[in-house]
Design a binder for this molecule. Sequence first.
Ligand SMILES: Nc1ncnc2c1ncn2[C@@H]1O[C@H](COP(=O)(O)OP(=O)(O)OP(=O)(O)O)[C@@H](O)[C@H]1O
Length: 524
Amino acid sequence: MTFSLSNQCARHFCQFITSRVPSRQTTLSALFTQAAPSSASSTFHSNSQLQQIRGAQTMPMMQSAQDSTASALNDLFDAEARNMLTPTAIVDQLDRYIVGQPEAKRAVAIALRNRWRRQQLPGQVRDEVIPKNILMIGPTGCGKTEIARRLAKLVNAPFIKVEATKYTELGYVGKDVEDIVKDLVEASVSLVRQRLRERMAAATAEKAEALILEGMVGKHADKSVLDAFRDMYRCGSLDEHTVSLDLPQSDNKKMNFENGIIMLDSFLRSDRAFGGSGKRQENKKQMKVREARAAIEEQESEKVMQSDFVTKEAIRAAEEDGIVFIDEIDKIVDGKSGRMGGSVSSEGVQRDLLPIIEGSVVQTKYGNVTTDHVLFICSGAFHKAKPSDMLAELQGRLPIRVELKGLGANEMYRILTEPDANMIKQQQALLATEGVDLEFTDAALRALSQAAETANRFLDNIGARRLHTVLERILADVSFSAPEKVEEARKSGLERFHYLVDEKKVAEIMEPLLKKQDLSRYVL
Ligand SMILES: Nc1ncnc2c1ncn2[C@@H]1O[C@H](COP(=O)(O)OP(=O)(O)OP(=O)(O)O)[C@@H](O)[C@H]1O
């Protein structure tokens, strides 16, 4: 079995050998069949020779892996970072992604801060404080969902968006309103799992490293040897090398969860087993280092994923931090006829939604979930019905009303150019992967925004979503032919293909389309 060492690693390793372990120099140097700094890689034989260097002491790495895992789990939702999120800081963050709509941003920032304030209160008062839910009123595509979604992301809150029209009065065919809470818990479970994975990444990597190195150099290897192997492991030189590992059984017992503190019993037990003191079924496996790393990391995170901690934390996060965005609430409001979609009473759906928004307990497969402190953000255009047509009780539960403005050409231009990772940057990044340098003149961006606004006026007003269709239209040619264009450019000695979108190009593509409204209905 052979494995490769990159130049850098080889140099690193040689320096290490000569500077730190002169007594082992001959043995370790003999492992290299080739260590010329100019060669692309160095090769040395492994398994049998590795046996020669197995020696003295093992590093106390297990303990540090456990410590970092425990701390990763205990600060899963960045409590410290949340403390810093004042309303001003929240609005500043939202400004990075959403153009304008200052009132709506302020309203959600206050709602979020109120949540934090509530969590600082002593138990009894805390339970009395109910969230002030929000009603966003504004045309389609003006940023209502985006504000709520970004807000949730900012604080890692479980978030779901639902369409009010999907829910029907109890007893009718359709989704049951309780599904809202069930979906929220599912979102919360996914979020907790994802956060755990991210948080445990360092700890599981550390654990994998410790186990693999132990498998390679033995439990009693000299510290200097272990350090040398760690250097090689970290620069990937051992990836293709085979290691024999005593993997823990995957059916580890679930972790316990008591008083909000995770008991890492089973985790520690499995570590002890690796130290040789625990009694455990033998499960020796030969595998490549890179496979072993993936297997250990997966197994370590699965141990936590299957624990009670995930469900308990998911329910807590849904109850305390959950945000439910109910879109098209105006579609279940019809003051005059009291009918929705010709079949089910809109008032009935509103009545069904009420207990969820007011606060009730819903049974889910993960356990009971109380909705008292879930933040509900309802939204609608309210072109026909008015907010005052809603059931009085529902109106009372949505005390914060904010109006969002429709988007004109100027806002469209800002949406195109201002947010982090805006549409233009995205397109440039996509085409750059092919070797295309995409450039827009400022006049082209203005013309494009104007065309989007005109299309919204003549066709349906779909807000900023129109920018996507217009931009796709303008870039359709270069998107299709990018590989060939780059090839041609390279043949003529250029590294990359430059594609300029100027005002003229926008006019050439958009003007004929905007003149033929029948056609633009399909392509824009
Ligand atoms: N003010 C804005 N700033 C930045 N992007 C925006 C803005 N308004 C809309 N967008 C973009 O347009 C798209 C649609 O926006 P969003 O989903 O927020 O619409 P909405 O107001 O919730 O409408 P609907 O009720 O139809 O869902 C999203 O991709 C969003 O990023």
